[in-house]
Design a protein around this ligand. Structure first.
Ligand code: O7E
Length: 213
C-alpha cells in the first residue's frame, strides 16, 4: 500500500455498480480501498479481485475466530487479491498470529472502536490490544479519529507500527486532528460515497491531509 495520499476509502456501498462509480470518481486521491461485509455480501467476493486491479484492497472482515478459522479466512481474502486484512484482537494472540502468518504480516488489529459504544468494552482494553498487535507481528492497528488523544496514547505503545484511523466526517472526527495525533492513514466512508460529488469530497480531504504533512 502506497503511503502518499494517506487516505483510505471505506467502500460500504451495496452494489457493484455504485462501488465502481465511487472508486472511479475518487481513486486519484486514495492509497487504498477498504471493503467490508456490506459490499462483499452484495457484490460477491470477486469484487475483491476486481477492485485490487485499481487500488490496494484492505479486507475489513473484522476476523474474530479460532486460529484455524482465521487462517482459512485470511487465505481466501489474500488469495482473491487483498493486500491486507483487519482482525480483532480480543480473541487472543494465537488467533491474531494465525492472521499474521496467513497474510504475511499484512494485518491491522482493531483496538478502541470509534463509535460511542466503543467506549463500553473496547476502550478499557485498547492498550492491551495494541500491545498484543505488536507482539503478534501485525503491520498496524485501527484507532479512533473520534478520540485523537487515544491515537496519541496508542502510538506510544506500538512505536513505529502503522495506525489507520476511521471516524472522520460522519462520525464527527477530523482528518487533520487524527493525523496530528499520530495516525498514518485516515479512513473515510460516508463522507465520500454519500457525497453528491465524491471526487470533490475526496479532493477536499486530500488537501486537508496534505496541509498537515
Ligand atoms: O463512518 P464512515 O462512513 O466514514 O465509515 C467508517 C468505516 O470504518 C466503516 O467501514 C466502519 O466499519 C469502519 N470502522 C469504524 O468506523 N470504526 C472502528 O472503530 C473500526 C472500523 C473499522 O473498519 O476497522 C477497520 C478499519
Amino acid at each position: 500500500m502506497e503511503k502518499r495520499r494517506r487516505l483510505i476509502l471505506a467502500l460500504d456501498v451495496t452494489s457493484r455498480a455504485e462501488a465502481k462509480r465511487v472508486v472511479d470518481l475518487s481513486k486519484d486521491y486514495l492509497d487504498a480501498i477498504k471493503i467490508n461485509w456490506p459490499l462483499i455480501l452484495a457484490a460477491g467476493p470477486d469484487i475483491i479481485t476486481e477492485l485490487a486491479e485499481v487500488k490496494d484492497v484492505i479486507c475489513d472482515l473484522k476476523i474474530a475466530d479460532i486460529p484455524n478459522t482465521n487462517r482459512l479466512i485470511c487465505e481466501q481474502a489474500v488469495g482473491r487479491g487483498a493486500s491486507a486484512v483487519i482482525c480483532h484482537g480480543f480473541v487472543g494472540e494465537d488467533s491474531v498470529k494465525a492472521c499474521v502468518e496467513a497474510a504475511k504480516g499484512q494485518v491491522f488489529v482493531v483496538t478502541e472502536m470509534s463509535h460511542p459504544g466503543g467506549k463500553q468494552f473496547t476502550a478499557p482494553v485498547a492498550d492491551r490490544l495494541a500491545a498484543l498487535a505488536k507482539a503478534a507481528g501485525a503491520r498496524g492497528i485501527v484507532a479512533p479519529a473520534t478520540r485523537p488523544e487515544r491515537i496519541a496514547d496508542l502510538r506510544k505503545i506500538i512505536g513505529s507500527m502503522e495506525i489507520i484511523s476511521p471516524g472522520v466526517g460522519a462520525q464527527g472526527g477530523k482528518a487533520s486532528d487524527a493525523l496530528r495525533a499520530g495516525a498514518d492513514y485516515i479512513i473515510v466512508g460516508r463522507g465520500i460515497y454519500e457525497s453528491p460529488d465524491p471526487a470533490k469530497a475526496a479532493r477536499g480531504l486530500a488537501e486537508e491531509i496534505e496541509e498537515v504533512l
